[in-house]
Ligand binder design. Sequence first.
Ligand code: M6R
Length: 622
Amino acid sequence: MCGIMGYVGPREAYPVLVGGLERLEYRGYDSAGVSRIVDGKYEVYRASGKLSELKNLLGNKLEVDVSVHPGVKAQTHVGIGHTRWATHGRPNETNAHPHVAGSICLVHNGIIENYAEIKAQLKNSGRTFLSETDTEVVAHLIDEFINQEKISFLSAVRKAVSIIRGSYALLITTLSEPDRIIIAKNSSPIVIGLAADETFIASDIAALLPYTRNIVVVDDGEIACVTRGTATLEKDAKPVVREPLHVTWDAITAEKGGFKHFMLKEIHEQPNVVTDTFRGRINQDKQTIDLPDLDFDQLLNAKNLDHIYIAACGTAWHAGLVAKYYIEEFAKIPVEVEYASEFRYRSIPARKNSLFVAISQSGETIDTLGALSYAQSLRIPTFAICNVIGSSIARKADQVLYTHAGPEISVASTKAFLTQLTAAYLFAVKLASIRGTLSAGEITEKLNALVALPNLIDQAIKRDAEIEKIAERYNRFGNFLFLGRGFLYPVAMEGALKLKEISYVYAQGYPAGEMKHGPISLVDANTPTLVVLGHDGVNYEKAMSNLKEVESRGGKIVAITDRATDGLKEAASHVIELGAIPRDMLPMVLTVPLQLFAYYGAVSRGTDVDQPRNLAKSVTVE
Ligand code: M6R
């Protein structure tokens, strides 16, 4: 899962490429490179480490005027760039992209699964390889076809993609046609940005926003020829006509906006983005939910549904677990929540009246995409809760409910989670209203609770100074337990995931009632427990009993709750008490202190908060 960027137009290519790669660095950051054609030869710069290393190497090549001067017919500049997250071959300069073979230079995001056999054949034909990557074989393959078969650049690319297997977004240049970039795409995302007289290419839309809002999304199996201001698409050598999307995101929303980290900025955006998720979808006069994006009658078969699968990964999987509680309770439909990586290879007996729901922020997670394809192969109707418009999952699912969280840059997902919970809540209440499983009065209550949510999230964020102090006090511990019950159990797991992914300490999220069946043996003075508990019925009292078990074994407790009882105040070393919260909103609101605890814990440990080691934002490999 790498980030790739390309440019064809009148500006100097390097500053445009590096600017784009900066916005894509969340996709991979173990090495980076750029290339362009100068005087009929390739000029390639590559560096291991973060993009800043490449910038040092490029030095004053980045300090050039990149403005477009109207009326001046400038020379055409063509360049491609890459920021890498290693899959095949160590993260070093030799394995960094671009890779050159003869007249061909390319960058790649994805994995070429049959690279070993192609490499062996090319070696037999006398080709020498410099890197350990799967990517380099594609450059040699195309160059070999051009040399041996005397076919055109485009024909050679077509032939190469008919041979390679796996996932790829490839940007390819050739010395013999120095005014163009050819794109080939399968599974890995790639978009083209069209502007007057120039064309930009990137792995995601956010990277293109400073230049253009007119975006052409390239689909699987397509090849695109990109020249100055134009892009022509084809599939199976037949032309494809696609109107550009007009994107309305503000480029500023993709920047840090004064916060030290994207993660903190995104936590602070939550009141607004949650509002964006339900904006226009609640009719407060009629006290109904309108989800015109979804066809509940024909496609979702809402009245007859008797079973739902949800598949997702990581944070989105936790959102799926909360969604299960909402759907089962409100709409009375049994829900199974699956890790997408497991679901996609299961053997599920096909059943009537099922629905498959994929949850994904990026819309590009390969396992979630695979799970969606598997559900479609079983002819189960599919629907996606997704953030990125035009992403692979959004396009593949029968229907989509967009979360409208805006670009999430921090690898640790925060605002995407709360918007996924909000979208799932809307969906569950709507299903219930169609099926008649909630009364009009109950629906009104549920809508009122949702309308109160942004302010409650805001109040929770305002506790950040207090949470920062607590997080700092606990930064010497290397093991944590996170406990919750009912729909707060997935919230506890989400809190644990946030802490481990950015602080590199072990954190286990667990249903509080399961503690005594094993994990309680971990409890000692060096293993603090964070507990999330709220007044949601029976669970507060039950969680209290579980906490007593921790307390009596000498474990330190940090409690996050709506209203703390005396018993809780006695048992816990620290209590973050947020005040009255409508019961259904507890998962959203009580998540916020956990996000802040993880964030400040990581800051005080000095880790790279937005780009934690070994992780990438969008996991487009299995
Ligand atoms: O883009 P997706 O929602 O499909 O991503 C799924 C997971 O990779 C993602 O939630 C991951 O677990 C986050 N880094 C967690 O903070």
